[in-house]
Design a protein around this ligand. Structure first.
Ligand code: NAD
Length: 850
């Protein structure tokens, strides 16, 4: 660790004024000074996320205060700054949430066909991806983990869990819990008892949901743990009351907002914030059918006792003290990376952390030396800095616990070492720490520290390694490092752990079951096995837990072509992305904004393009410019005409977009669509005629032949008019590209949907990627970027109100952009002026002689 970045972003103390780390030399060896060079700060913007001053509980689809109005602060552990006040759920709130979940289970979610449930989960997954940056920043602020981890691990994995389980929702009969496959899932404590694994139901039995699930999660992966809990529970038809940890409630509350955004029926997911008492009230509530708990073994045991005799199903994911076993033939550099990842990922706040390094005696010195060298390169500091490897400890309480156990390790005789490291004065910090000379009886070898502290032990034979690895009441995970395949399998057979990583560590995947042996808990999360925790077998023929009736308030069943009544189906909701360079990226900002129809109803969330997206679009337009303008005029005309054909095929959707957006009658919308397609056709006929209309043979004096030809201006930014949403867009875009330019379109802010549908048409056409790029978002943010961009050659400000054009024109002056704006009667026949506005005239002289 260089330490230079240690207090970056911490404003509480002046630069250079840092607290000394509690570093102790390891066996007298010199400490590494770290590399001579360093990275510049790369802080992620905190502004991506807006944190409210107060948060309520999420019950029955609504946010509201606790019945008794109690609140607690959640703080940023890196700065100790309060982030927000959060409601404390009491018994009355738990009653309300459980009742909401019960109603939702009985009325809507339980009876809903799996295929319909799946679509809600897909929606949630998509929205998580779209708002990924927001989630990542919020997670790092509330938890203290490095943004690199929240961005690259927590949030993508959370979305992946929803995707994975969405796909299971309509295939449960093949999941091995009973039904078509007849293959029972065994595991955990086996059987269909309260440990939650409905094993071996076999043929003649079909899976059914359990009802209301009470889910209590810890603070180390707040969003990811919520996803681990919610996704399989929802996919299997259960409803949920989730209790996030008291120090990290914010991303669970944002996830509740995502559930609203996805249109999830009220009560299907409820989020109750609060501490252990809230968790306990939920666990003990008689209306809950299933408890899923992730947390400490101590609390897990308490919950197990509380649930005993109630008939509630239970799964427990508890603590661990994993061994990471390195043999003498292991590739040392890879193993060192695995050791570092195993214990310093997420500051060691990982239940499956490889906190005990078991290294074969003959290579112990080499491995420890390389490990120290590697640790000297880790950076500790501002969690929002993209270069940070080690963030803050989540709470004062956890820091005290780590300090106490580290002190015990020293007192018991182990040698303690940390790299040179500066810790910020404010916030909760602990340097990466390695203990050597550790004996199995020491507390640091037995107790879960849940911090960046590694205990190194040695072994001589594989048998000794197994014995030491298994010498713990836990059994969550283990690592093995060796080149020898047969030894890996030999070890894997003998290690008493739910997950064994061979020549890797801390790998997670929604398709991979995860969970412990022994005091690390029972039940599995992830994979097909993760479904079992939320299902019971029911006699075949009984299709759902509830009679197969339509949910209350649902639309009447449609008549299928075969005449049988079908349950009302939920549409697959479209994701509204940007269109840049021929593909559909999400906004780099991770933001979106609501698009409402003329009646005020929410139609979609459109991507809110950032300045960076605008610059990317310009780069894409520039890259495509040569190819488009270099194609023959005839070819460009053909390609554009083909677009008109495709538009015709989408006429109904365009009409629907316009009806919704502009509140038009169906007839008026169809008329607009027809006019827009006709206008496109009109411009498609122009590319091979512009030169004939705009070009000239010029009668100059002297023996010269002189001619002028129009050429495309280059990259043209276009701010589309708000209405008519499709006809206006086509009227400003088609002339630009017909004249051979490439375009960056700022879609109508109020009515962006036709632009997105048009982008989809273009993506399936022969128009090369990058010729048209579509940015949705706020024109007030995007237009100035484009007007000031030095690689944009011209800008059409027709879509900007006259009063707002002056400043943009001033910006456009920076590279002498062509600026065009004309308020038009869009119904009137167009002329060539919009094409000519975006062409340059090139005049060529050539002497005439013999
Ligand atoms: P914790 O047990 O103190 O708290 C976990 C959750 O339980 C929190 O939401 C807390 O408010 C709640 N809680 C506390 N007392 C309760 C009670 N009596 N009844 C009901 N709920 C109660 O654990 P923690 O400190 O938040 O998390 C760290 C622990 O979690 C570590 O031991 C770690 O190994 C474990 N963990 C395990 C896994 C796994 O998958 N096995 C994953 C992550 C964390």
């Amino acid at each position: 660790m260089t330490g230079k970045r240690a207090n970056r972003g911490q404003s509480a103390r002046p630069p250079g004024d840092v607290a000394p780390a509690q570093s102790t030399d390891l066996a007298g060896a010199p400490l590494s000074a770290g590399p001579a060079w360093d990275y510049a700060p790369a802080p992620e913007s905190r502004d991506i996320v807006s944190i409210a001053a107060e948060y309520g509980l999420f019950t029955g689809g609504e946010f509201g205060p606790a019945a008794d109005g109690r609140q607690f602060p959640t703080i940023n552990p890196a700065t100790e700054e309060p982030l927000a006040l959060v409601a404390v759920a009491g018994p009355a709130d738990v009653d309300r949430a459980v009742a909401a979940a019960r109603h939702a289970y009985e009325d809507v979610w339980g009876p809903m066909p799996g295929a319909e449930r799946a679509k809600y989960l897909y929606r949630i997954a998509r929205i998580l991806q779209e708002r990924a940056r927001e989630f990542a920043v919020l997670e790092s602020l509330d938890n203290g983990k490095p943004i690199r981890e929240s961005r690259d691990v927590d949030v993508p994995l959370a979305a992946a869990h929803f995707f994975y389980y969405a796909g299971w929702a309509d295939k449960l009969e093949y999941a091995g819990i009973g039904g078509a496959s007849g293959v029972g899932v065994t595991g955990g404590n086996g059987g269909a008892g309260r440990t939650g694994v409905a094993g071996g139901a076999g043929r003649g039995m079909a899976p059914r949901p359990l009802g209301v699930a009470g889910q209590v999660i810890p603070w180390n992966f707040p969003l990811l743990m919520a996803a681990w809990k919610l996704a399989p529970a929802l996919a299997t038809g259960n409803t949920c009351v989730l209790k996030p940890a008291e120090t990290t409630p914010l991303t669970a509350l944002l996830l509740a907002e995502v559930c609203q955004q996805a249109g999830l029926p009220p009560g299907v997911v409820n989020v109750l914030t609060g501490a252990g008492r809230t968790g306990s009230a939920l666990v003990n509530h008689p209306g809950v059918d299933k408890i899923a708990f992730t947390g400490s073994t101590e609390v897990g045991k308490e919950i197990s006792r509380a649930v005993a005799g109630t008939g509630k199903r239970l799964t427990l994911e508890l603590g661990g003290k994993a061994a990471n076993v390195v043999f003498d033939d292991a590739p040392v550099d890879q193993a060192v990376e695995g050791i570092v990842n195993g214990i310093f990922f997420n500051q060691g706040h990982v239940c499956c952390a490889g906190s005990r390094l078991l290294v074969q005696e003959s290579v112990a010195d080499t491995v420890v030396e390389r490990l120290r060298d590697r640790l000297a390169t880790l950076r500790l500091g501002d969690p929002l800095d993209k270069n940070t490897d080690i963030g803050a400890i989540n709470s004062r309480e956890q820091l005290d616990k780590i300090n106490a156990l580290a002190a015990a390790g020293q007192a018991e005789g182990a040698q303690r070492w940390s790299p040179p490291c500066q810790l910020p004065e404010r916030g909760y910090w602990f340097p990466p720490t390695v203990f050597t000379g550790v004996s199995q009886s020491y507390r640091i070898a037995r107790e879960e520290i849940f911090g960046p502290v590694l205990s190194v032990l040695t072994f001589r034979t594989p048998e000794e390694a197994v014995a030491k690895a298994n010498n713990t009441p836990y059994g969550l995970s283990a690592g093995v490092w060796t080149e020898k395949g047969s030894r890996i399998l030999w070890m894997a057979q003998r290690l008493r752990a739910g997950v064994v990583w061979a020549n890797t560590y801390n790998r997670f995947d929604p398709a991979s079951p995860f969970g412990g042996y022994r005091e690390s808990g029972f039940g599995r999360e992830g994979g097909r096995h993760g479904l079992a925790a939320y299902l019971a077998a029911r006699p075949a023929g009984q299709q759902t837990a509830q009679p197969e009736t339509a949910p209350a308030g649902a639309a009447p069943p449609d008549q299928s072509p075969l005449g049988a009544a079908q349950p009302a189906r939920l549409g697959v909701r479209k994701t509204y992305k940007l269109f840049i360079g021929g593909s559909f990226p999400r906004s780099e900002s991770g933001r979106s904004y609501p698009v409402t129809g003329a009646d005020g109803a929410l139609l979609a969330h459109a991507a809110r393009a950032s300045r960076k997206d605008a610059r990317d679009a310009v780069a894409a337009a520039r890259a495509a410019a040569g190819k488009w303008s270099g194609a023959t005029a005839y070819n460009r005309g053909q390609v554009l005409y083909r677009v008109a054909e495709l538009l015709e095929g989408r006429a109904a959707q365009f009409a629907c977009d316009s009806v919704n957006a502009e509140g038009l009658s169906a007839a008026a919308a169809q008329q607009q669509v027809a006019a827009a397609i006709d206008r496109w056709v009109w411009y498609a006929g122009w590319p091979d005629k512009i030169a004939q209309v705009a070009g000239a043979a010029n009668p100059v004096a002297g023996p010269y032949f002189n001619f002028s030809v129009p050429e495309p201006t280059g990259v043209v930014a276009v701010v589309a008019p708000a209405r008519p949403s499709l006809l206006g867009l086509v009227s400003v875009l088609a002339p630009v590209i017909a004249a051979g330019n490439t375009a960056v379109v700022v879609a109508s802010e109020a009515h962006p949907l036709p632009s997105i549908t048009l982008a989809e048409v273009l993506a399936t056409s022969d128009v090369p990627g990058g010729v048209v790029n579509v940015l949705t978002g706020f024109a007030a943010e995007l237009a100035p970027v484009l007007a000031g961009h030095m690689d944009v050659n011209a800008i059409d400000l027709t879509g900007v109100a006259a009063g707002g054009r002056g400043e943009l024109e001033r910006l456009a002056a920076g590279n002498v952009k062509r600026v065009f704006a004309a308020d038009e009667d869009w119904a009137a026949p167009p002329g060539p002026r919009r094409m000519l506005a975006f062409t340059e005239t090139k005049t060529v002289w050539h002497p005439v002689g013999i």
